[in-house]
Design a protein around this ligand. Sequence first.
Ligand SMILES: Nc1ncnc2c1ncn2[C@@H]1O[C@H](COP(=O)(O)OP(=O)(O)OP(=O)(O)O)[C@@H](O)[C@H]1O
Length: 515
Amino acid sequence: MTAVHDDLNLYLRARVPMIVLVTVEELRAVEILDEVRVGRDASASSDLVVWDFGGGLASRDGRSLPAAPTPETALDKIAELARAHPDRKDIYVLKDFHEFWHRSPAVKRRLRNLAHALVTTYASLVVTTHSADVPPELADDVVVLDMPLPDLATLRADLDGLIEQTRVECDLTAHGRARLAQAALGLTAAQARRAFSKAIVRDKVLDELDIPAVLEEKKAVIRASQALEFHGAEETVDDVGGLELLKEWLRLREDAFGEEAAAFGLPAPKGMALIGIPGTGKSLTAKMIGGLWRLPLLRLDVGALFGSLVGESEERLRLALKVAEVVSPCVLWIDEIEKSMASGGLDGGTSARVFGTILTWMQEKTEPVFVVATANDVGALPPETLRRGRFDEVFFLDLPTEEERRDIFTVHLRKRRRDPAAFDVPRLARMADGYVGAEIEQAVVDAMYRAFSEGPRDITTDDVARALERLVPLSKSQRERVEDLRAWLRDGRAQSASFAEAAQAARNQVRLELA
Ligand SMILES: Nc1ncnc2c1ncn2[C@@H]1O[C@H](COP(=O)(O)OP(=O)(O)OP(=O)(O)O)[C@@H](O)[C@H]1O
């Protein structure tokens, strides 16, 4: 039994007349409702009756039911049936109703009437829909229940069932089976079944090699949701130059999602915001956290949330957040969160609603999903966004200090298989005052191109120095924008990400006070 079984059972017992079950998994929803019905009353005095636009009313118990080709007739017939047998604990499931309840006042009215009429019977009405967009007139009469994606136990049971059914050769231990089921977390039951079946069909054996295959399948499905993307844990702490304070903060929380931490009474970290000038390593840091904490990293592309149909954006967002919850513990990286506010109300309030949904979810989430929100335009963010309670810490990634620039040159020279000791890194770091990490990387790469085209010969400090001179850093070309952002830091609204910077800020503060 899952939490959704318990919730449904509770509402049915409480005789709530109408339940709206929000899910993309219609089949699973009907199965769960049937399990709840049987668990509650296995006698012949309860039936599960499903209506859809193509098939009319259909009884689980094979009873013959009146024809009901339209939503209006369906509601009328259900009212008649319930009135004729007020003691039956029948569950009527209505599919496709979201297609009608916004468009037809007659459907809306009949639904309300039916909900009121069912109060005097033992029958219940369940509407399955993929959108929680219930018409406001019905809000008083319904309970909206979000059906989560299948949990590990459900997927494990499905996998075991499939293995038995197909009699496939299974080389997996119990632990291996659990890992295979875990790889499918975040998929719907049907998608998981497809991924398992594909793995079985591939070589007629189920073994450890199928785990990456199921993970790949999951990546593809999640990518198709258009707003979420899986990232492998490829970045390590060594790929990030500087940002020592930020790294220290993360290291301290490295094991915070484990069982031991929970037993110790530690709350799981909620999230962090990374604010800063473009190219200072915000995205890089987000990717590094997944690697450092050995957690799956999901990137939510806020821009991709926005669909052309009404309600589509919120729908995509809700699905994405659901996936993150079910995959948890995980890191959810909300890239360029300010984009969700970007249209300035020109889209009929969609962006404001999307943004509001993200903030409310962050405030209320109970699953261990660590949110990393990145932004480089704080002007677009309402001030309450970065309130404590939502984030454990707000970090500001400033222009790198000289020491950090040395670190960043070292990282990128090493990355390109060059020995940093063969370069005058301190000279380059001094020259690169005002350059961000991305620009330093670009200078190294530009120098390599030049050296390659002139020989090829190996690159030297002078090549990199010349590449730096050719580059106009953002801190110069967009001085005002950069200064605005830095002023924001000075206002004390964020924690500096670098040790040296923090020390410098403290020194400046002391100087200011003395003056
Ligand atoms: N501190 C750093 N150490 C090493 N490399 C860095 C650092 N900062 C930036 N880089 C390099 O620059 C690239 C781009 O940086 P990144 O995308 O992380 O910046 P960002 O702050 O997210 O920028 P934007 O706001 O434009 O998305 C990184 O992939 C990395 O190669």
